[in-house]
Design a protein around this ligand. Structure first.
Ligand code: ASP
Length: 450
């Protein structure tokens, strides 16, 4: 009986810890060697299958969830001007936090002289992929074909279309009532789908983390300990000091509550390495646990997952200083300013998916004249760092969502301070028998009529 009462968060935390331990054991015992039983059937088999199925299921939810919640958001905002304000405020805050993040990261990295005296011999080679040209970012907000945008999961295009659709429905007026209810119901349905998929999260998180940790090159981590340590310090400074400082300053709310409630989102981001795949969880947490009204969250969350990447910007700052020092290049103040600007722009132009940070980094390197091959040096440890920085990325999205909602009076303090608000237990995922019966009757009636 007691087991049923355990909350999902607790189970997910347990899954994460078990995953880390399992991964470390497999790694330390060298069980994951190519062709070995453990590698083939456990890590590359069971863990890989469960983990990938879970991430795919989350991704499956993203497009319909964003679509319905954002249209519902526009319909429920009450005043279209407010939408403009929400957009402007969240954009400004996302840019501001990213710029602070990278500036602080560069300062920490320069002060710690990370990368000086590093041995440049590396076997890993990095082949730079094309990053999207910045001038096309604006044009790309408008989809030429919405089905294509949805198929490709182009978040900014989906956001644009949903807002336009919401406004157009409002313009129809009274006649659109049935459509409005249908969209609201669909939004609720999608949220239930999130709950169902989250029910298996503890096992999936275990599989994803065990796989990632068991494949980590621990020797590499030790070799690059300086880089890894400085980067993790910079990420923590940003999360606990900058983000929480800004949060306290703008909202006056409890940092402790905020951090406790962010845990779910961070673990999901950590295990999936993707802000995009985490959108369903972020949206759920921000609305149901932190008290942000859907009319704000449905916009700020997918928008943030796409343009706000504080953790990624921090990685770029530290990596730039690291590689510059390793190659003995002096970037000077103007070089660093260029890095700050480039990273902020690059984070707007690229979506939150695993490993995209490295692609953005090659863009930054080309701009300041650092050798792109240098990225090969840090490639081996990027998997783990991607996990950590994605957790920081989504924390930024959630923090800005609360700040904007509070300033627009679209915030429910009672939900925020209630430690139990929106907590998911096994009991929440069930079909109400009565409603099942009555729905069956409705369906029967419709059938008879036709
Ligand atoms: N994985 C990160 C995200 O999805 C992006 C990155 O830094 O590679 O937010």
């Amino acid at each position: 009986m007691k087991k049923r009462k355990m909350t999902l968060t607790t189970k997910v935390v347990l899954g994460m810890i078990a995953g880390i331990v399992t991964g470390l054991v497999i790694n330390a015992l060298g069980l994951n060697e190519q062709g070995s039983f453990v590698e083939e059937y456990i890590v590359g088999g069971i863990f890989h299958v469960i983990g990938t199925m879970f991430i795919t299921a989350l991704k499956m939810l993203v497009v319909p969830l964003v679509l319905f919640s954002l249209i519902t958001g526009v319909l429920g905002i009450g005043d279209i001007n407010q939408l403009g304000k929400v957009g402007a405020k969240s954009f400004a805050l996302y840019i501001l936090t990213t710029a602070i993040a990278i500036a602080v990261a560069i300062a920490i990295a320069v002060a710690s002289a990370v990368g000086e005296g590093v041995n440049l011999a590396t076997e890993a080679t990095f082949i730079a992929k094309e990053a999207p040209p910045l001038n096309s970012v604006l044009i790309d907000i408008i989809p030429s074909n919405i089905i294509d945008a949805m198929a490709e999961g182009k978040m900014l295009q989906i956001i644009f279309f949903s807002i336009l659709l919401g406004i157009s429905i409002l313009m129809v007026g009274k006649k659109a009532k049935p459509l409005v209810s249908a969209i609201e119901i669909m939004n609720e349905v999608m949220m239930n789908m999130v709950n169902i998929i989250m029910a298996v999260a503890p096992y999936a998180v275990f599989a994803l983390i065990a796989k990632a940790i068991s494949n980590l090159g621990l020797d590499l981590l030790i070799n690059l300990a300086g880089y890894v340590a400085v980067l993790i310090i910079a990420l923590m400074v940003h999360l606990f000091i900058t983000l929480m400082g800004i949060f306290k300053l703008f909202t006056g709310l409890s940092i402790k509550t905020m951090l406790l409630k962010l845990r779910d989102v961070q673990i999901f981001a950590f295990s999936t390495s993707s802000s995009n795949a985490t959108i369903p969880v972020t949206l759920r947490t921000v609305t149901e646990r932190l008290g942000v009204n859907n009319s704000v969250a449905s916009f700020t969350v997918p928008f943030g997952a796409t343009i706000n990447m504080d953790g990624t910007a921090i990685m770029q700052g530290v990596a730039t200083v690291f590689i510059a020092n390793a190659y003995g290049v002096d970037l000077g103040l103007s070089g660093y300013l260029t890095v700050i600007m480039m990273s902020v722009l690059a984070s707007i132009g690229t979506a939150g998916v695993p490993g995209v940070g490295l692609i953005m980094l090659s863009m930054v390197f080309t701009q300041v004249g650092l050798p792109v091959e240098g990225i090969g040096l840090i490639l081996g440890v990027d998997r783990l760092l991607d996990m950590i920085r994605t957790a920081v990325n989504v924390s930024g999205d959630a923090t800005v969502s609360v700040i904007v909602a509070k300033s627009e009076q679209k915030f429910d303090r009672a939900v925020f301070i209630d430690p139990k608000a929106g907590i998911l237990t096994a009991d929440d995922i069930h079909i109400n028998e009565k409603s099942e019966e009555s729905l069956a009757k409705v369906v029967e009636k419709v059938h008879k009529k036709s």
